[in-house]
Write a protein that binds this ligand. Structure first.
Ligand code: ATP
Ligand code: MG
Length: 392
């Protein structure tokens, strides 16, 4: 009889243990108190994550927990709003349904690596109304504890606003470049109409003065000859600046000839050797692209002259697929290009920053490779319209 009573008691205890286990697995228990020799000990369980859930629900970013095969175990309301899909339809479905085929492949390879570390990728989320939402997804591996099947934590950031700001910034940069060109044109015209004319008149008179003193020897004549020479140099310099400010020659001669003239003039004036290689173009490049390449060459050569202490410079214009590339390489002292950006902003100078912005204004990319005593290479790569190709 005693045995039957024992069995009943054990059954009751088993049922109680079973109910407790179910409650623990179901997340209905916040903490467990275990009596011990030194008093009760409290163990906190999953239910205590309530505070985190409230926080995640109030986030302005999508938050999700996924299984390793990308099934959504949990998503917050913000994510449901982003994809315009009721939360109950989001939970339990595959995250893949919100991605294009290309983004799915990227995510797949990323998930393989994410087990070790976090990662971020830009994607276009498929929204249920057929539209697309630019977003960034950040992945984090979650600690696995046997009960929870979630292995990946994901934060989805809506990039619509920042994309809009980027576009605005790009339009503004483009405008700055246009205004700068217009202003250069105006200054060039002023220089030509006023200073050049005036210098020519003074040069003419100084020539007359030198001629009048021709029969005489002595300091007055030497001064007159010197004066005429210096005025000639000044007129030449103003002419050069005017030409650089307004590249009218681009229209008449085309890009390759202008790059050649610029390189030759630089070599003659500074004594630095310049080797130029240019692909032959069968068609003119868009005017914006030609001007950008010309301005970048000017700016890069100016830097070589001012900072590089180089002996040789190579300038190379080439076509690579659907891109035109211009590379300017010098063998000078180089500089630390990585630490340069912040310093330059502080100084407020435009050189390299201006080159980057000019490249961006025609959808191009500029890269600077430089190292102390390792020379400098400036390379710009600009997409070409279809049909622009090299001559054989
Ligand atoms: N080819 C180069 N060789 C060595 N140092 C360079 C070269 N190009 C740039 N630098 C370094 O990078 C710095 C920034 O160049 P950047 O053209 O932006 O400004 P800057 O030439 O100093 O001023 P600005 O171009 O406005 O007259 C330079 O001060 C120089 O230290
Ligand atoms: Mg400069």
């Amino acid at each position: 009889m005693a045995k039957a009573g024992e069995i009943v008691r054990l059954r009751a205890r088993l049922a109680e243990a079973d109910a407790t286990l179910r409650a623990l697995l179901g997340g209905d228990v916040d903490s467990v108190v275990v009596p011990g020799k030194h008093g009760d000990r409290v163990f906190t369980l999953h239910g205590a994550e309530h505070a985190y859930r409230v926080l995640i629900e109030s986030m302005n970013e999508g938050a999700l927990a996924l299984t390793s095969d990308k099934m959504i175990l949990y998503a917050n309301q913000c994510f449901a709003r982003m994809v315009k899909c009721p939360l109950e339809q989001v939970t339990g479905s595959s995250f893949r349904r919100f991605l294009s085929a290309g983004d799915r492949a990227t995510l797949r390879s990323l998930m393989k690596r994410v087990a070790q570390s976090g990662a971020k990728i830009p994607v276009l989320l498929k929204v249920s109304d057929g539209s697309q939402l630019p977003a960034q997804i950040s992945l984090r591996p979650l600690a696995r504890n046997g009960i929870n099947r979630a292995t990946i934590g994901m934060v989805v950031t809506d990039l619509t606003e920042s994309r809009r700001t980027e576009e605005l910034l790009r339009a503004l940069t483009h405008r700055v470049v246009q205004v700068q060109e217009a202003e250069r044109g105006r200054v060039a015209l002023e220089l030509h109409d006023n200073i050049t004319q005036l210098l020519c008149a003074v040069l003419f008179r100084s020539q007359a003065l030198a001629d009048n003193l021709a029969g005489r020897a002595g300091p007055a004549k030497r001064e007159a000859v010197k004066l005429r020479e210096m005025l000639g140099q000044a007129a030449g310099e103003v002419e050069r600046i005017t030409r650089n400010l307004r590249p009218g020659a681009l229209d008449q001669l085309g890009l390759v000839d202008v790059l050649r003239d610029t390189s030759r003039e630089f070599a003659n004036r500074t004594g630095t050797s310049v080797k130029l290689t240019c692909v032959e173009l069968v068609a003119r490049l868009p005017a914006d692209t030609e001007l950008t390449l010309y301005r970048i060459l000017q700016e890069a050569l100016q830097n070589v002259e001012q900072h590089a202490r180089a002996r040789h410079v190579t300038v190379c214009l080439s076509l690579a697929g659907a891109f035109v590339q211009l590379a300017i390489t010098d063998d000078g002292i180089g500089f630390d290009a990585t630490h340069h950006a912040a310093r330059r902003k502080a100084k407020g100078v435009l050189g390299l920053l201006g080159m980057h912005e000019r490249a961006a204004s025609v959808d191009g990319v500029l890269t600077v490779k430089s190292g102390r005593r390792a020379g400098t290479k400036i390379e710009v790569r600009i997409p070409l319209p279809a049909g622009t190709a090299a001559a054989n």
